[in-house]
Write a protein that binds this ligand. Structure first.
Ligand code: 5AD
Length: 349
């Protein structure tokens, strides 16, 4: 391994910070050896905080109607081939009931940006879930909203909010999104959420179209500065009914490399080994954990709608991706030396 890369990895482990140029160098000069060393250090950083535990979240995809038209996403408004659905409040509560019995203590409500799910509807739903399961955390992943809406949902009982920043470079942001969506507005949301009191998650896709190592360096610098409680990072995977249908997918190798770096930047971060990682490799989820991730989010949505929440082609939704197959997940995590725990799984600072 070259001396510079070795020196940068030690510096990152010690100071949790590198310059943009240093991040970029670490990415472009990466080798199997540097990936191995980073993973070793990342795993030891996570072990000193979380031991060998893995947190689980029950993911409920509440609807795939979306008013946005992001170029990469399979549920974008312009995709006429997407079969749209919305779960009713009762269906969502039923998912929570199933999840609770399976041992889940965090429910993630995720969906497209859809005005049908008004603040009033969501607040009623959130208070209902909280009254039925007071010891559970509720995470929302419902896109950009006004500060007032975020505040209402928080006051109703939501604990956490996931909103990937997608890319920290505004020019790159505009190559992935229509002009109605801006990085500025995304950042405003993230800082509002933090300010209101949510535990906040940002994140980005690895290998999204037009992404360069310099862009990724900016993502890492943003993570270093924002210090998110959670960070969702998974490979871009093309969807056949989007403008990016013929673009290449991101790789498992670079995703794992970045998971290790993110763990070292912010050791307490809740870092999921994502469904997208499990989709591009049959043991992708395990590889993510071995690179420094500590969260998995199996699917609790009703079987009938799972195939409709297709953000990208072949999105995994059965086997260990399915909450109903939690035993499979527990076994697979045990096989690499990790223990799935059934707690809220809050960040340990
Ligand atoms: N490949 C991988 N991830 C995707 N997402 C959306 N479309 C894709 C895709 N084609 C991610 C985005 C979004 C999250 C819900 O899913 O980063 O924030």
């Amino acid at each position: 391994m070259n001396d510079r890369a070795y020196g940068l990895i030690s510096k990152l482990e010690r100071t949790h910070s590198l310059s943009l140029e240093e991040y970029e160098y670490l990415i472009t000069s990466r080798t199997e050896d540097t990936a191995r060393l980073l993973a070793e250090k990342a795993v030891s950083a996570r072990k000193s905080i979380y031991g060998n535990t893995v947190y689980i979240r029950g993911l409920i995809e509440i609807g795939n109607v979306c008013k946005n038209d992001c170029f990469y996403c399979g549920i974008r408004r312009s995709n006429k081939n997407c079969q749209r659905y919305r779960l009713t409040a009762d269906e969502i509560l039923q998912c929570c009931c199933n999840g609770y019995q399976l041992g889940f203590r965090t429910f993630v409500l995720q969906g497209g940006e859809d005005d049908y799910f008004s603040d009033e509807l969501l607040c009623n739903l959130i208070s209902k879930i909280k009254s039925l399961y007071p010891q559970c955390a509720i995470t929302l992943s419902l896109g950009e909203k006004s500060r007032e809406s975020y505040k209402r949902l928080f006051d109703a009982g939501a604990d956490r909010y996931l909103l990937r920043h997608e890319t920290a470079d505004s020019e790159h942001y505009s190559m992935l999104h229509p002009s109605s969506l801006t990085l500025e507005s995304r950042m405003r949301c993230l800082y509002d959420l933090r300010d209101i009191g949510y535990q906040v998650g940002c994140g980005f896709m690895v290998g999204s179209p037009y992404q360069s190592a310099a862009h990724i360096a900016k993502d890492l610098k943003f993570i270093e500065e924002f210090k998110p409680d959670m960070c969702g990072v998974g490979p871009f995977i093309p969807h056949h009914d989007t403008p990016f249908a013929s673009k290449a997918a991101g790789t498992l190798e670079l995703t794992c490399f970045l998971l290790s770096i993110i763990r070292l930047i912010h050791p307490p971060v809740l870092l999921p080994s994502t469904t997208a990682l499990g989709t591009i490799d049959p043991i992708g989820r395990e590889k993510g954990i071995l690179a420094g991730a500590n969260v998995v989010m199996p699917n609790l949505s009703p079987g009938a709608v799972r195939k409709k929440y297709m953000l990208y082609d072949n999105k995994a939704s059965d086997g260990a991706e399915s909450a109903q197959c939690k035993d499979t997940l527990v076994r697979r995590m045990a096989s690499i030396g990790y223990e799935v725990v059934c707690t809220r799984g809050d960040i340990i600072r």
